[in-house]
Design a protein around this ligand. Structure first.
Ligand code: N01
Length: 524
């Protein structure tokens, strides 16, 4: 028996059918749910493995967690928030914002929480996706992957780490029951998460060892509380908050020139970061240790006013000689020194280009997304579709990440494209749709050419932006307004589609596919 998917209390044994199935309810999945509803497309469901909306802002609750993009920009354009208490919001405030947007737009009844998607398999004969979850089976015409790029913790493969007897947890899975007060703690990693955690715990622990593999570039954080007058202006002065957002947007956009096109223009920023470092660290040895050896922007630029001062504290050691092994109660460095500890915070980032979620998605020829990406690298079309995976769309897909501005802006661009795609599918009663491989290949060739002059490719660092094929498959290599323009409308002509009426009784295409020239006509 099939139940309508909106009956989210349906017993797990029943297969539920749905038009569109969205996986994940972070900024991307939630935004898609809202925009689909606003477009009058209501036959969808959102499956979320956590117990709430919020995605990375629900999971990353570590002490000191905050955004490094100003909140007026790091929020939905359709849900500006005059209540932000400061220019760079903290995690609890952002999480609360996402919850309130979900409530206000009344899409929570479209969600099934604590529902982990185990696999999604394209069934060619029925032209549908079969999705297995911890809450039963689903059949969907369209699947939207909105799982995010920074959701699967990457744990370091260090000898002996499994035998550590103290507290050990990843930055994105913070154990709030573990009280670190007065404890000897090690933090492994010095990325965006670690540089927020270190100052937040540096004063309460008895001793802190910070294990640095690569020194990051850190700029001052221009963060402050908003005044009462500003709050009144955000709330009551028409257009004021939007004006602030627009100003921040364009200021950030100027960085694209140095990051993506001519790294020489990164010099002023690097100079500012050097000055920041020298102003905050007086000790010459420590200065040497924290001075990066690559061009600024090659890895994500970090911002902090209290990371360097924490490193200079008497109870904090920066360890740069590398980790040999972890023992039951300590870490042995490559020079043979053992440092005893009670807890380890693993702030070693996420699986981005090799996410385990790829292994559970099986396309037209039976191969998984992991197998396809293993061969080609993480390639897609406009970050939204991947050849061999019909009727599947991605949010925060390949080459949609940013090193300089708000991911929410990119997500909204992708949502425009998605909503238009689904509206187009409905309008022309399309049964299956798949991006053309030649279009995808050309798109990626152009992307990599655009990337070739970037600081990410030439800045002299190793970063998770790059995949094992040497391609940058994570970042968008241009201005974000160019991406917005490229995704304004769904471009049917780049896809191979089959009308529902041309699918056989069990779904297989029985007549010729819609001709590309016809599609062009349809797309106009
Ligand atoms: O992870 P990272 P993150 N042994 O991958 C080190 C976003 N974010 O969680 O540089 C020892 O940046 C690794 O060393 P190296 C943001 O997009 C946003 O900090 O590879 N060390 C590095 O120092 C960010 O980019 C906000 O040599 C090991 C660190 O661990 C992304 O999340 C806030 C190691 C990992 O840094 C990820 O940030 C926080 C090993 N085996 C995060 N393996 C905002 O404000 C790795 N490392 C929006």
């Amino acid at each position: 028996m099939s139940l309508p998917v909106t009956d989210t209390s349906a017993p797990a044994a029943d297969t539920r059918h749905v038009g569109t199935l969205i996986i994940g309810s972070g900024f991307a999945g939630l935004g898609a749910a809202i925009k689909l509803a606003q477009a009058g497309i209501t036959n969808y469901v959102v499956l979320e493995r956590g117990n709430d909306v919020g995605g990375t802002w629900r999971d990353n609750s570590y002490p000191g967690a905050a955004c490094d993009v100003p909140s007026h920009l790091y929020s939905y354009s359709f849900a500006l928030n005059p209540e932000w208490t400061r220019s760079f919001s903290t995690q609890p405030e952002i999480y609360k914002y996402i919850q309130s947007v979900a409530n206000r737009h009344k899409v929570l009844d479209k969600h099934i929480f604590d529902c982990d998607v185990l696999s999604a398999r394209w069934d060619e004969s029925s032209a549908q996706w079969h999705v297995s979850t911890t809450k039963g089976e689903f059949v969907a015409k369209i699947v939207v992957s909105a799982v995010g790029a920074l959701c699967e913790p990457s744990l370091p493969d260090i000898k002996g780490i499994d035998g550590f007897k103290g507290e050990i947890f990843h930055s994105s899975r913070w154990n709030h029951d573990a009280d670190l007060t007065g404890k000897r703690v090690a933090v492994i990693g010095t990325g965006a998460s670690a540089i927020q955690i270190v100052p937040a715990i540096g004063k309460k622990v008895s001793h802190l060892d910070v294990y640095q593999r690569t020194a990051p570039w850190i700029l001052p954080r221009a963060d402050r509380e908003y005044t009462k007058i500003e709050h009144l202006a955000f709330k009551y002065l028409p257009g004021f908050q939007k004006l602030c957002r627009t100003g921040i947007y364009w200021m950030r956009e100027t960085q694209v020139v140095g990051l993506a096109k001519a790294p020489v223009f990164m010099k002023p920023l690097q100079f500012a970061a050097e000055r920041h470092l020298k102003a905050q660290i007086k000790d010459k040895d420590l200065r040497k240790k924290v001075m990066p050896n690559f061009q600024i922007g090659c890895k994500r630029m970090l911002i902090s006013n209290n990371y360097f001062p924490t490193l200079a504290q008497d109870n904090v050691d920066l360890v740069t000689e590398g980790i040999e092994e972890v023992t039951a109660n300590g870490i042995v460095s490559k020079t043979g020194t053992t440092r005893e500890i009670d807890a380890i915070v693993v702030a070693t980032g996420f699986h981005v280009t090799d996410s385990p979620t790829f292994a559970g998605i099986f396309g037209k020829d039976g191969r998984s997304l992991a197998e396809v990406f293993e061969e080609t690298g993480m390639q897609g079309y406009k970050g939204a579709a991947v050849a061999n995976f019909p009727n599947m769309f991605f949010l925060v897909g390949p080459n949609t990440g940013l090193g300089h501005s708000s991911m929410v802006f990119m997500i909204e661009s992708q949502i425009n494209y998605l909503v238009d795609a689904i509206a187009t599918i409905d309008k022309y009663d399309i049964g299956t749709i798949e991006v053309r491989k030649d279009k995808q290949d050309k798109y990626n060739k152009d992307l990599q050419a655009a990337m070739s002059k970037s600081v990410w490719n030439n800045g002299g660092c190793a970063s998770w932006y790059m995949d094992k094929h040497g391609n940058n498959t994570t970042l968008w290599p241009g201005f974000t307004f160019q991406f917005r323009n490229a995704t304004k409308h769904f471009d049917l002509a780049a896809y191979r589609s089959v009308a529902t009426s041309d699918l056989g009784a069990v779904g297989t295409a029985t007549t010729s596919q819609i001709d590309l020239d016809d599609e062009k006509a349809v797309a106009q």
